[in-house]
Design a protein around this ligand. Structure first.
Ligand SMILES: Cc1cc2nc3c(=O)[nH]c(=O)nc-3n(C[C@H](O)[C@H](O)[C@H](O)COP(=O)(O)OP(=O)(O)OC[C@H]3O[C@@H](n4cnc5c(N)ncnc54)[C@H](O)[C@@H]3O)c2cc1C
Length: 416
């Protein structure tokens, strides 16, 4: 079925923004209250604060703490309409996007902010056994698997099976992998320590596997070695220079070893969502679309790409896939579209690269400075509070962090 919908107000077709993540939402918010008609389309009804997903996966936060309905964020913006639907194609001759049910939404300007997905490097079958962490559903699945494994271990008399149930493997030593490994070991060794009678959760084994020579490869060497030392001190087994060859429901195999594990988490690399296919342009190795300095697609002045789906060249190297990049690009583009002035060149203002390793351990790198430990943890918190889209969430999450920091508690230990 194909049907056209009218633009919501008279006048030219709207700015259509696909994606209500960091990039798309910032763009729509920058256009709110302007004379420009905006349609924001997302397949989900919520904006998700992905940097805190690991806290949902490890039972520190509840899903509703880090997700907020897109409709409610934009409810005061009379010129912005929100549609829930999955975009499957772009007809750039007819200037419309096509939803999964065939509905066509016309655009005057199109902003693609569709983000990225995990890359299983040619092994799609691993998705079923090694959950990645991208959506609320993923975080809930990981949380359920982790907690259920301890529950099963409590009733299990077989030593080998019990040991497998109490083993978690995280694949990928970037920020997400480091965060997950550090937090799982804290969950086992501190939070769950007194909760069981037949097992000792502090004997849980957490293994972090990284193919590269060091953890946090995008950060300075000092941050990598601090992360390695801190994780090892906490009890995480770190295998560097190790490539995973096989994963199934029993665990993983590398070139040198076999690890029986009930929970395997994939955090090993991302690939942009398929916007390049929609436009018929050649993507880079990570599926991203190379954009011009004004974030437009070369040769398509009415189409812009922001965030993880864009490959933006910043003086010879592409900007990383980070929330702060997506947010700044979306806001910058929205402001330009609002005034109608031809956009100049986007300039990224880095607030620092950061990763958290545990309750009071983090790394933070800014220009030629790098900090580790408690100070870095506070800087990490500041950067993330600034990224939170909603003022109430900022206050709520800040209090929750402070409370958990003081008490080490984890309130969301539910298996659903
Ligand atoms: C676990 C994790 C931890 C992270 N930690 C950090 C961190 O600490 N600091 C940091 O800066 N960055 C972090 N990131 C990266 C950051 O979240 C991304 O760079 C950022 O979300 C990119 O913004 P975006 O707008 O490009 O995409 P997203 O925020 O992913 O938004 C994309 C939106 O598009 C929608 N969408 C996708 N395809 C379609 C379609 N076909 N039709 C309709 N809608 C569609 C999605 O539903 C989604 O809402 C983390 C990411 C993950 C997964």
């Amino acid at each position: 079925m194909e049907n056209k919908i009218a633009t919501p107000h008279s006048g030219s077709p709207p700015v259509v923004v696909v994606g209500g993540g960091f990039g798309g939402l910032s763009c729509a918010r920058a256009l709110a209250g302007s004379g420009v008609q905006v349609t924001l389309i997302d397949r989900k009804n919520h904006h998700l604060f992905q940097p805190l997903l690991y806290q949902v996966a490890t039972a520190a936060l509840s899903p509703a703490d880090i997700a907020i309905p897109i409709r409610s964020i934009l409810s005061d913006a009379a010129n912005v309409e929100v549609l829930m639907g999955e975009v499957v194609a772009v007809d750039h001759h007819e200037r419309c996007v096509i939803l999964e049910d065939g509905q066509r939404i016309p655009y005057g300007i199109l902003v693609l902010a569709v983000g990225s997905a995990y890359n299983y490097f040619g092994h799609p079958e691993w998705q079923d056994v090694a959950t990645s962490l991208k959506t609320i559903g993923d975080a809930r699945r990981i949380r359920a698997r982790l907690l259920r494994s301890f529950e099963e271990a409590e009733r299990c008399n077989d030593i080998a099976r019990r040991s497998r149930l109490m083993t978690s493997v995280v694949i990928g030593g970037g920020p997400t992998g480091v965060e997950m490994a550090g937090t799982i070991i804290e969950l086992a060794r501190h939070t769950l320590r007194r909760d069981f009678r037949h097992i000792d959760p502090s004997h849980a084994r957490v293994v972090l596997v990284e193919a590269g020579r060091r953890l946090l490869g995008a950060l300075p060497e000092k941050c990598s070695s601090y992360a390695l030392q801190t994780l090892r001190k906490k009890g995480v087994e770190v295998h560097l220079g190790t490539t995973v060859k096989e994963i199934d429901e029993t665990g993983i195999r590398t070139e040198t070893t076999e690890i029986a594990a009930a929970t395997v988490i994939w955090a090993a690399g991302i690939r942009a969502n398929p916007a390049a296919q929609w436009l018929g342009v050649e993507p880079d190795r990570s599926g991203r679309i190379a954009v011009a300095p004004d974030l437009s697609v070369p040769g398509r002045p009415d189409i812009y790409v922001v965030g993880d789906a864009a490959q933006f060249d910043a003086g010879g190297h592409p900007l990383p896939a980070l929330a702060q990049v997506a947010q700044q690009q979306g806001r910058w583009l929205g402001r330009h579209l609002r005034t109608g002035r031809p956009p100049s060149a986007f300039v990224f203002r880095n607030r620092g690269d950061t990763a958290v390793i545990g309750r009071d351990a983090a790394v933070y790198a800014f220009r030629s400075w790098s900090f580790t430990g408690r100070l870095a943890w506070f800087l990490w918190s500041l950067v993330h509070i600034v990224l939170l889209i909603d003022f109430e969430k900022r206050v709520l999450v800040s209090f929750q962090w402070l409370w958990r920091y003081i008490t080490s508690s984890r309130g969301a230990r539910l298996i659903d």
